[in-house]
Write a protein that binds this ligand. Sequence first.
Ligand SMILES: C[S@@+](CC[C@H](N)C(=O)[O-])C[C@H]1O[C@@H](n2cnc3c(N)ncnc32)[C@H](O)[C@@H]1O
Length: 156
Amino acid sequence: MGENMIELAKKNNNLNIIGIEPLLNGQCNLADYCINNSVKNIYIYTYPVQIFFKKYPKLNFSCCYILFPDPWYKKKHNKRRLINFEFLKTLVARTQKIYFLSDNYDYYLKVKSFASKLKNVKIFLSSRKFKTANTKYFLRAKRLKNKLYYLTIDKE
Ligand SMILES: C[S@@+](CC[C@H](N)C(=O)[O-])C[C@H]1O[C@@H](n2cnc3c(N)ncnc32)[C@H](O)[C@@H]1O
């Protein structure tokens, strides 16, 4: 429901938060919360992030959170994952700091490996825990006692 965006928006009311969510249900829940709680610094983009990047080629971000992206467990479905090398390249080019969190070890390792292969950009990788809201999938991972894999990609 955009729990992390809501927390960020409330803590940083001087910042604009862009929530990119292609699913109608998530958009409606977030919009409903913002309207009912006078949260005025969240902008909801209702198409996939890849389209956002094409439509707004000049918009850059101070930070970006990718929390529990769909893991697509089966190897043959890995190509459906949001983060592949090309996507990460674009994201890093446009973002100062990226916070990735997943309970899927393979996804975490892949993202780490893509990041280490980036050229012409100086980045720092850290697997230290960072703060997030208790999102739906965060709580699910906790309930299932899944290990959490944190990765921060920080541009110099
Ligand atoms: C497993 S859910 C995790 C939701 C939330 N981050 C959490 O921690 O509870 C994955 C989310 O990624 C969104 N998503 C999938 N593909 C996307 C894309 N191409 N662009 C933006 N969001 C996408 C889905 O709509 C869904 O809300």
